[in-house]
Design a protein around this ligand. Sequence first.
Ligand code: UTP
Length: 414
Amino acid sequence: MKEKLEAVEAVLKKYDQEQLLANYEKLSEEQKERLLDEILTIDFNQISKLYANRNMKQVYSESEIKPIPYVEKDKMSKEEKEKYDELGIKTIKAGKLAVVTMAGGQGTRLGHNGPKGTFDIGLESHKSIFEILCDTLKSANEKYGVVIPWYIMTSKENNKDTVNFFEKNKYFGYPKGYIQFFKQGELPMVGEDGKVLLDEEGMIKLAADGHGGVFSSMLKDGIIYDMKARGIEWVFIGAVDNVLVKMVDPTLIGLAESKGVLAAGKSVVKAGPHEKVGVYCKRNGKPSVIEYSEISKEMVEEKDENGQLKYGESQTNCNLFNMQAIERVSEKHLPYHSAHKKATYMNAKGEIIKGTEPNAYKFEAFFFDAFDSLDDMAIMRVKREEEFAPVKNAEGVDSPETARKLYQDFWKTK
Ligand code: UTP
């Protein structure tokens, strides 16, 4: 232990991170050992680079960014729709579709004490978000005479609570052998001054490293292997926080198959030029998602010949990937972006600091950065009121209240 401590002290000195041992003497022997091990796994070079680039914003020019072609589900001809549906239904009935739900996020804006999927949006039934999602899978299973494998991505922070919740609720009646959990990666959080933070227990303050970790975590945890063994060809990857998410959509599958592309995404019309959402586009000829802050104000407001926003296909975290695409992307490292977040941590004096305003940085990879590994993808515009009811904030826009209303209006329920 003494040697390990000396090795850690040398590393911390080199990277000017000695605060990590400021509370060391107050820890139990077991905690001391754990902290030293945690420190030794940190790539401080990577962390200092990410911190140094935390405010770097890329702005793309018109020569790099182009609008992406899309088809509008509602405007498909009857023949076209039937053709896609037939193809998609065949794939689903053959047991070639799996679903992944990304549920590793911290849900800081919602502020619910527990994984977001366990949140009750206030329906009369008091169903949790996980149960709402499970319901849609169960009815798809009934409709197509299959059992769709459901993979749920958690993080170290919320894995135990998520698994316990499913256990307690008897997997909502879903066949247990068809639900699997896998954990995404984590990175240390840093304070305003670039110093790695300690959590309330005095260990390294880790945070989930973004939904972009989904592909590599699927590889690492054997999910890709499991999917292949089950004969899966298409995987719908969606977020836990959309209570209208349509995970089993034959039209989307059929569209991707008939276009011969390895991925497809669902968009909704951007609510207005300045809505703060990412939109699908082509970047240097490859499919991509750009944030409103990554293009000029003129581009954000630009309209096409039909008077619609040129960059108006908001991405909804609803995407379909062919297994080939998943395998290709799972080998890659997606770039990290920084996010300024509220964090609770232990300072060098051993005091617990609770952030009421953003006071720390976390680093996240985004799954849509995977798109530029693909030559093309199909985009299908769907109706917001039918498929997009996000639960992001505690109040106001994209809150339990707005999601509940959208859910109730769609399902004509309370
Ligand atoms: P958000 O980016 O909205 O983050 O995630 P969040 O964690 O839910 O909420 P805030 O930003 O802390 O308030 C969109 C989806 O991606 C998942 C989330 O669980 C959600 O389904 N996600 C996000 C992950 O699975 N892992 C992550 O590291 C981040």
